[in-house]
Design a protein around this ligand. Structure first.
Ligand SMILES: Nc1ncnc2c1ncn2[C@@H]1O[C@H](COP(=O)(O)OP(=O)(O)O)[C@@H](O)[C@H]1O
Ligand SMILES: [Mg+2]
Length: 233
């Protein structure tokens, strides 16, 4: 599902952040991306959602080499990847329901179908009663629930989450993790950047670890059992 070969990641004018990365993530797998602050977790996630091009090496998503893919093909590929940002990135002037439905609005999905999907997802994350609220009135945990609902509304095959529990207390964090792990149980490939040791311990049996050692050089990988996607709808 995700293949990274000899990849270097750098910022313009800056040093190489990650060097010689090699790893593969199977379809339906669940991995934590760990490493201390500044190790490059966010940079690697950006490369995986096609927001940051490698200096060197190849990244294949869904079997496609993203470097040689025509530019016009990127949006369609990106729609198969759901992203939960650490800072939520909600639009404050749109309601919760409008934020969650935005990917479907942009994709031109018919409003009745969109609104039904939005309502179902808001119930799933536990925010059914907040659909008309605006993000500035929500708690950090609620904002992250909205962000998770928005990330998955397009039914992505891969979900990437950047420290999704970083800004919430541990009860809410547990609930957010349960939602993400549930996606994986339904067959979604899941990568979660975190430095939360409790999460790593709680999900050790289900999740593998990709560890960035902080010197840019090494990713150590351990694997966990792969979830089989559900068949049917
Ligand atoms: N936009 C940027 N421009 C230049 N350097 C950056 C940028 N974003 C991150 N970096 C640098 O890249 C390194 C890795 O950062 P990051 O991927 O955010 O790490 P992490 O998410 O593990 O804390 C750090 O040294 C950081 O200063
Ligand atoms: Mg980060």
């Amino acid at each position: 599902m995700i293949q990274v070969e000899n990849v270097d990641l750098a910022y313009p004018g800056g040093p190489v952040v990650l060097r010689g990365l090699n790893f593969q993530l199977a379809a339906g797998s669940f991995h934590f991306l760990t490493g201390k602050s500044g190790a490059g977790k966010t940079t690697l996630l950006r490369a995986l959602y096609l927001d940051h091009r490698p200096e060197r090496g190849a990244i294949r998503m869904f079997g496609e080499d993203i470097a040689t893919l025509p530019h016009e093909a990127l949006p369609a590929l990106r729609r198969r990847i759901g992203v939960v940002f650490q800072d939520f990135r909600l639009l404050d002037h749109l309601t919760v329901a409008q934020n969650v439905g935005l990917p479907l609005t942009v994709a031109g999905i018919e409003p009745d179908r969109r609104d039904k999907n939005v309502a179902e997802l808001l119930d799933w994350v536990g925010l059914g009663d907040k659909s008309g609220s605006y993000p500035p009135r929500l708690s950090g945990g609620e904002k992250q629930q909205v962000a998770i609902a928005r990330a998955v509304i397009g039914n992505p095959r891969i979900v990437l989450a950047d420290e999704p529990t970083g800004n919430v207390d541990s009860d809410i964090g547990g609930r957010l993790m349960w939602l993400l792990a549930q996606l994986n149980r339904q067959g979604t490939t899941l990568v979660i950047a975190t430095h939360d040791q409790t999460l790593l311990r709680d999900y050790a049996a289900q999740a593998g670890v990709l560890h960035l050692d902080g010197t840019g050089g090494v990713v150590q990988q351990s694997s966990a059992p792969v979830q089989m996607p559900h068949t049917g709808s």
